[in-house]
Design a protein around this ligand. Structure first.
Ligand code: R7I
Ligand code: MG
Ligand code: MG
Ligand code: MG
Length: 347
């Protein structure tokens, strides 16, 4: 169904933007207190209510970099790393105060200094050569997951290469891969059928089992950290409402580390398939993002990644247009989703 698929492309792009814009005022906060959760509930109610004039909610680096990748794929119709790197650097220097990760800015400075003659060394040099394990690769991967969803090998290859422009630590790369695979799975499911949550997690676990392999071939038993986190996701989901927010944050984390934010975002999306105490809405897209924000920590990024999954599953019709009206660049992101679907489907 082409109409549905196109709606899912737009929904996923808008999901990143919505989670980012609504989440970033809370970025760095602790798990929200019950009082703050009530304020958050009222704030979402107000956004969905009758139109009112207010400054647009601003997006951050998550959306800026997502936009760069989408624009590049639309224009080049393939992965063009030089073009993406140039767009990252250009938009960083145009608007350096969009909340970028503190270390990744060094990569942009070095790319500009070497005039893009060496695309990968700056990222490799991060953190004394071990590379960043931040969630910056995962937060921006949506357009690549959408573009390559028909071919999982292409998805893995594109995700690896593009992430390594800024993040070369295996944890950083595998986090982007996990998010990309989860977006693909959401995209391929029919939202008219109840989501088989257990199957969704099992599919991710079996993918990560092969991805988190013993790279050096030393025969070491690798810890497979994402597989471990995903099994925690599965346990928490099976506990239903008994898994309270404190426990979720304690087990899964809400930090800028990819390992402690990508599985969290997946959990938020899956948990929001059902009602959640204190979040009063019939809309599972809103529920996903509101729940992600309520956990505190890296709220713009976890909200955006969870939003990307919800949007890829339900399509953009699920998103209340009144919310979109309050977001900076929602029309632009809708159009990027639309154009990206055209390019992808004409391949
Ligand atoms: O990953 P990155 O792009 O940051 C994304 C986050 C999101 O929350 C955005 O919304 C934005 O706010 O930033 O940027 P990096 O600077 O590469 O990584 C983020 C942070 O993770 C770093 O600044 C470090 O604090 C931490 N970090 C590490 N710390 C020690 N050793 C990442 N890798 C390492 C490491 O190897
Ligand atoms: Mg951000
Ligand atoms: Mg930040
Ligand atoms: Mg963030």
């Amino acid at each position: 169904d082409l109409t549905l698929l196109k709606s899912k492309f737009r929904g996923s792009m808008l999901g990143v933007l919505t989670g980012d814009c609504l989440g970033h005022p809370y970025e760095g906060d602790e798990l929200l207190t019950s009082g703050m959760k009530i304020i958050l509930q009222k704030y979402f109610d107000k956004l969905e209510g009758p139109p009112y004039k207010a400054p647009a909610m601003q997006f951050t680096d998550d959306s800026v970099m997502t936009r760069s990748i989408a624009q590049s794929l639309i224009e080049k119709r393939q992965l063009d790393l030089l073009d993406i790197a140039k767009r990252f650097v250009k938009s960083y220097y145009e608007e350096p105060n969009r909340g970028y990760g503190p270390a990744v800015m060094t990569v942009f400075e070095k790319l500009r200094a070497n005039r893009f003659s060496d695309l990968f060394t700056p990222a490799k040099e991060q953190f004394n050569g071990q590379g960043s394990w931040g969630n910056g690769g995962a937060m921006r991967i949506t357009p690549i997951a959408l573009f390559s969803h028909q071919n999982i090998d292409l998805l893995l290859e594109m995700t690896r290469k593009e992430t390594q422009l800024t993040h070369t630590n295996k944890i950083g790369v595998d986090g982007a891969i996990l998010q990309a695979i989860a977006i693909r799975q959401s995209l391929l499911l029919n939202p008219d059928n109840e989501l088989d949550v257990k199957q969704f997690i099992d599919d991710l676990i079996s993918q990560m089992d092969t991805i988190e392999f013993d790279e050096e071939g030393l025969g070491l038993v690798e810890p497979k950290p994402y597989k471990i986190q995903l099994s925690l996701v599965k346990t928490l989901i099976s506990e239903g409402e008994a898994a309270n927010a404190e426990k979720v944050v304690q087990k899964l984390g809400t930090s800028v580390a990819a390992l402690y934010s990508v599985p969290t975002a997946i959990y938020c999306f899956l948990r929001a398939q059902n009602q959640i105490e204190g979040i009063i809405t019939d809309n599972p897209f809103r529920r996903t993002i509101q729940y992600a924000i309520s956990l505190g920590g890296d709220t713009d990024t976890i909200g955006g990644m969870a939003g990307a999954l919800a949007g890829a599953f339900y399509g953009d019709k699920i998103i209340n247009p009144a919310i979109l009206k309050h977001l900076e660049a929602s029309e632009e992101f809708q159009l990027l989703g639309e154009k990206l679907s055209d390019v992808t489907l004409s391949q």
